[in-house]
Design a protein. Structure first.
Lengths: 370, 542
């Protein structure tokens, strides 16, 4: 009783207000905490209003996708899939490292059906860690070229991203450019801009070079690049391309879809794509892809999603909306991509990037490429 | 603190051991992730370490040390004078500037970083305009150690400002008046009396700022500065070696623990308590008044107005496309999680501070200090450290429940409790520092007087400690709330489907380089984070 009186009926004015505030805060926060702990989150995946003809039969399932591909890029495709098949997709995004650590910690009880990433190296690593399982699907082996999927069929590339030279035509003529390796030549001093070595795209590029030339020569090449840098390495490709267009650098290496986005916003952008290594090994390509997780609760539906993503409709969307290249050979690229011209791709199996990634990262450290 | 003879009841004894039991519970919760991180040392990684030692660590340690020094100096130079001015003096616009100077707390460090780079890089409108005027050189590049130190100082000075202000407000005038009677000028009195009396607060705020600098990944990446944390992530993501990353994080934690412990030892044996803590402000006149207003306005403009304006500008170009009904969900979830986590972390902090006061021996002190180290560990690594044991525990629970007909795969892990727990562990330092520092102000004689008048231990806590801790508790709630609003890696990793927050949106945009689109959720984070700031001001303004 005494305690209650103190807590609720205090007479001194300053701890009336303190107690009241504190009480209010405690009660509000406790209610909020309870709500947080017990509430069911809003269903994000409401299908579009147009009536879905697909059967929302009693057997309609929900699959869970762990994706390092950003929500705004992958969600439209997943919504289309849900509309067509009635299978709902719960998407959780994060960087690849935490996603894989999460999968590993969750183990058998993981709710994830699919792992989506934006490069091959991480898919390779996922299969090395035993996080994926094989998918025996003739549709997938038909749709996707052999060099863009795992030889053991644990993961599959779904879109191709080319990493090539971008140059400012006023500062550097296309006729002066040839290969990635040539950019190490001293004649490019002060003209080269690169993205940070921390991003996996550059790590895969260097891994490709190691595969072609061996470590010693690749180290020379990377050292040459570093010596030619016009400014500090950039944190992302978009800023890199903008810097090239503004004249801060003459030439750089970037993914074509970043260029595509900037070109769409500003068709007169002062930067042009140049397809590297056409006379030699071909342009460096990487894939965004998917793998079926080892303990997937709904493997059939998850495999269905991968197959759907490798089919016409999705492949068209990859090209038109995301400005990437489709893996399905029969799909025509969008007009914007067509305007960039055809190019020879490096035929290396993309799994190699994963195998050589640690070597590539260490090499870049040794060469001083930050 | 022996119970009086009339209360040697068994329940009283049990009740007395509750705080210690709770301490052990909280400490074990908090220390398990640290233990998981440190357990990585069991398996050695000689190749990775050989490579890191030779090619990476020298420059990284140099950068990290330089950054800590730069940010440390920066936040002290900004936070302490501003706190002093607004606590003790009256000058034009003071009321308004007092809370204005706290506002940068609502802006995440990585947002500061991408705003600074976006405004000052070669291709920015400012630089393009300068080049148009003929200044080919333009401004010096901001993407280096100096730039990072300056920007992070602006981002983190509110910690020092808040805590130092708390100190100056509560220290009372008697000491300063005594100093001046003995012949000190106001400035001398400030240096020899007020500063030392405020030491726990100032050092507390400084430690928060430094720990946050150590753990930061987003901002330093944008600035292209390689620190220990970027090396941790490099080992994990690029070299595919989570074990080496955890070992680096473990070393980081041990280093921070050593630093915190040294600070404890230096503080040991000193008294910071004060009798009467009311302050009457001294009105400034003439040039001094305008200098004070001008200085505060300058910092406010640089640290808040300009970044906020840039966010508004960028958001204005994208909101019609991006802002939709989903944003209500993001904002309300951010709020919900932030409020719950702030309450949890304040309770934990209060418990730890109370127990530390009650049992002032070394072992307990070390345990409590170790509990706060989570703040310095990179978020994603801490998230893994929390997740692994929780997932294991969850697995056990699920297999137990399956015997009773439970058909789900996850029990704890799918819920929001994992996230709240991980956030509480991470931000325990932030709640603990203000409350603990404020505890120092309570004289033992005040407690003893209450006991003499017949109050039990519980009553002493309720009627003596809590009212005197008001500012500290509210500061802890405020900072906890704002920190969780801004937090990214733990939220990303521990959330389950449907729990996307504003910080997650920022991640989606910034990881694809869509800076303008990232401005919209960042702006909302700032706006929502402003609410508790305003609330706090109204409570602490006397």
């Amino acid at each position: 009783m005494r305690y209650c009186r103190i807590l609720f009926g205090a007479t001194e004015s300053d701890f009336t207000s303190m107690n009241q505030i504190f009480k209010m805060t405690v009660v509000t926060s406790a209610v909020l905490a309870l709500l947080a702990g017990c509430s069911k989150p809003a269903d994000e995946q409401t299908p579009p209003d147009t009536a879905s003809t697909a059967a929302t039969s009693p057997a309609a399932k929900t699959i869970v996708v762990y994706s390092s591909r950003n929500e705004q890029l992958i969600q439209p495709l997943l919504s289309q899939f849900t509309q067509e098949t009635g299978i709902k997709v719960n998407l959780i995004t994060d960087k690849e490292g935490p996603l894989m650590a999460r999968l590993k910690a969750e183990g058998q009880n993981s709710p994830a059906d699919l792992l989506l990433t934006v490069d091959a190296g991480n898919l390779w690593q996922a299969s090395q860690e035993g996080l994926l399982q094989e998918v025996g699907s003739s549709i997938l082996t038909q749709n996707i070229p052999a060099n863009l999927r795992d030889p053991a069929n644990q993961w599959f590339g779904l879109s191709v991203r080319a990493r090539t030279l971008v140059h400012n035509p006023d500062l550097v003529k296309a006729s002066e450019l040839s290969t990635y390796e040539d950019l190490a030549d001293p004649k490019w001093k002060g003209k080269l801009c690169l993205r940070s070595s921390k991003k996996v795209y550059n790590q895969s590029l260097v891994a490709m070079l190691i595969d072609h030339h061996g470590e010693a020569k690749t180290e020379q090449i990377v050292k040459g690049w570093v010596a030619n840098l016009a400014t500090d390495v950039f944190a992302d490709d978009t800023k890199l391309i903008e810097a090239i267009a503004a004249g801060q650098c003459g030439v750089g290496i970037a993914n074509t879809y970043y260029y595509g986005r900037l070109e769409e916003k500003n068709p007169a952008i002062k930067a042009k794509i140049f397809w590297a290594n056409q006379a030699t090994t071909g342009v460096h390509i990487n894939v965004s892809g998917a793998g079926l997780t080892r303990y997937a609760p709904n493997p059939a539906q998850a495999a269905q999603l991968i197959e759907w993503l490798s089919s016409d409709q999705a492949q068209n969307a990859y090209s038109n909306e995301d400005k990437e290249y489709p893996v399905l050979a029969s799909v025509a690229v969008s007009p914007q991509l067509k305007a960039w011209g055809d190019f020879k791709q490096d035929p290396i199996n993309v799994a190699k990037y994963g195998e050589l990634q640690t070597a590539a990262v260490k090499l870049m450290d040794r060469a001083g490429y930050k | 603190m022996k119970p009086s003879h009339t209360q040697t009841h068994v329940t009283e004894r049990l009740w007395q051991s509750v705080p210690l039991l709770l301490l052990f519970l909280v400490a074990s919760l908090v220390l398990i992730p640290l233990a998981v991180v440190l357990s990585s040392f069991v398996q050695s990684e000689p190749e990775v370490w050989a490579h890191l030692r030779q090619y990476v660590l020298p420059s990284v340690l140099w950068n990290t040390g330089g950054l800590l020094l730069g940010v440390g100096l920066g936040v002290l130079l900004l936070g302490v004078p501003l706190a002093w001015l607004t606590a003790v003096y009256e000058f034009p616009l003071r009321r308004w500037l007092t809370w204005g100077l706290m506002l940068p707390l609502a802006i995440p460090a990585y947002v500061f970083a991408f705003i600074a780079v976006g405004m000052l890089e070669y291709t920015s409108p400012l630089q393009t305009w300068l080049r148009g005027l003929g200044f080919e050189q333009g401004l010096p590049s901001v993407r280096n150690l100096t730039g990072a130190s300056v920007i992070l100082s602006f981002a983190f000075y509110p910690y020092v400002y808040l805590l130092a202000r708390s100190a100056f407000l509560s220290q009372g005038q008697r000491l300063m008046e005594a100093g001046q009677m003995l012949g000190r000028t106001p400035l001398q009195a400030f240096g020899s009396i007020a500063l030392p009396m405020a030491r726990p607060w100032i050092v507390g705020g400084l430690l928060l700022a430094l720990m946050e600098t150590l753990a930061d990944f987003g901002a330093v990446s944008v600035f292209n500065v390689d620190t220990l944390t970027t090396t941790i992530y490099k080992s994990w993501f690029a070299l595919f070696n989570l074990n080496a990353a955890a070992q680096l994080a473990g070393l980081l934690a041990i280093g921070v623990l050593g630093l915190l412990w040294l600070e404890q030892r230096a503080r040991a044996g000193r008294q910071y308590s004060v009798g009467i803590s009311r302050v009457q402000r001294k009105r400034l006149t003439g040039w001094q008044a305008w200098a004070a207003t001008g200085g505060c306005l300058l910092v406010f403009t640089l640290a808040f107005v300009i970044p906020f304006a840039q966010l508004l500008w960028w958001s204005a170009s994208v909101w019609q496309v991006d802002l939709n009904a989903r944003y209500w969900g993001f904002a309300s979830r951010s709020l919900l999680i932030a409020a719950s986590a702030a309450l949890l972390v304040t309770l934990f902090g209060l418990l730890l501070a109370g127990v530390r006061r009650q049992y002032p021996n070394r072992a307990v002190g070390l345990l409590i200090t170790a509990s706060t180290v989570g703040y310095a560990i990179p978020g994603a690594v801490l998230a893994v450290g929390v997740f692994i044991p929780l997932a294991w525990l969850d697995g056990q629970i699920v297999s137990l429940l399956q015997g009773w007909g439970f058909d789900g795969r996850q029990f704890l892990v799918g819920s929001v409790w994992v996230m709240l727990l991980a956030l509480a562990i991470r931000f325990l330092a932030v709640a603990f520092q203000p409350i603990d520092s404020q505890m120092q102000r309570i004289r033992r004689s005040q407690e003893e007087a209450a006991r003499l008048l017949g109050a039990s231990q519980g009553e002493v806590v309720r009627r003596v400690h809590l009212p005197l801790l008001k500012t500290g508790l509210l500061t802890a709630l405020l900072i906890g709330f704002v920190e969780v609003m801004k937090e990214m890696p733990i939220t990303l990793m521990t959330r389950s489907y449907g729990w996307d927050t504003l910080a997650v949106r920022v991640f989606e945009m910034t990881s694809e380089g869509m800076w303008e689109r990232a401005a919209l959720p960042s702006l909302l984070i700032v706006l929502v984070g402003l609410l508790p700031v305003v609330l706090l001001i109204r409570q602490t303004e006397k």
